[in-house]
Design a binder for this molecule. Structure first.
Ligand code: MN
Length: 203
């Protein structure tokens, strides 16, 4: 067995304690969102791929090979949700928000005019996603853009590079904000968003 083979997909550790994002995102939300939802996607994926050619592939490859295939929808959904959630936890940090690193800030200003305009568009896109899904800051060629995806979909499958994401499924905010998605999104953008992570993803 070579070291680069993945026997089963594991739930990655949270990059902070479960109460570290409180009061913007409570430990109670994290306990369900990470401990039940994210874990559920990983567990379901492991069941679905056991004994198949996907069993030993990294998530990115599973996503690439199952996207748009009607007979592989369940595998795609669980692999993409496992990837999206790991990426979402890293898109947040305690005492986040503030100013992006210069290299990212420059690109944001070139694309949107200002950081505020970029944050506003991220919030608008998060609200425009009808039902469950994700709002993303992405790198498309040399341009920073904002896109949304429904359900498990990820911009990766269209050749666009994700920089950070905000989960706008109701399970991400309902315990703390009930139906007020906009309040959750604004609080995340002001207090938790991890611009350093987005800058690292510029590559
Ligand atoms: Mn979620």
């Amino acid at each position: 067995m070579s070291d680069d083979k993945i026997e089963t997909h594991v739930l990655p550790s949270l990059p902070y304690k479960d109460d570290a994002l409180d009061p913007v995102i409570s430990a109670r939300t994290i306990s369900f969102h990470y401990g039940k939802h994210h874990k559920g996607y990983v567990d379901n994926l492991n069941k679905l791929v056991a004994g198949t050619k996907f069993a030993n592939l990294p998530l990115e490859k599973i996503i690439a090979e199952t996207t748009g295939k009607a007979d592989k929808t369940a595998i795609f959904n669980n692999a993409a949700q496992a990837w999206n959630h790991a990426f979402y936890w890293r898109s947040l940090r305690p005492k986040g928000g503030g100013e992006p690193p210069a290299v990212l800030k420059q690109k944001i200003e070139a694309s949107f005019g200002s950081l505020d305009a970029c944050k506003k568009e991220l919030a608008t896109m998060a609200m425009a996603q009808f039902g469950s899904g994700w709002a993303w800051l992405v790198l498309d060629g040399d341009k920073i853009k904002i896109v949304k995806t429904g359900n498990a979909d990820t911009p990766m499958t269209t050749g666009i590079k994700p920089l950070l994401t905000i989960d706008v499924w109701e399970h991400a905010y309902y315990l703390d904000y009930q139906n007020q998605r906009a309040v959750y999104v604004d609080a995340v953008l002001d207090k938790l968003i991890n611009w350093d992570f987005a800058a690292e993803n510029l590559g």
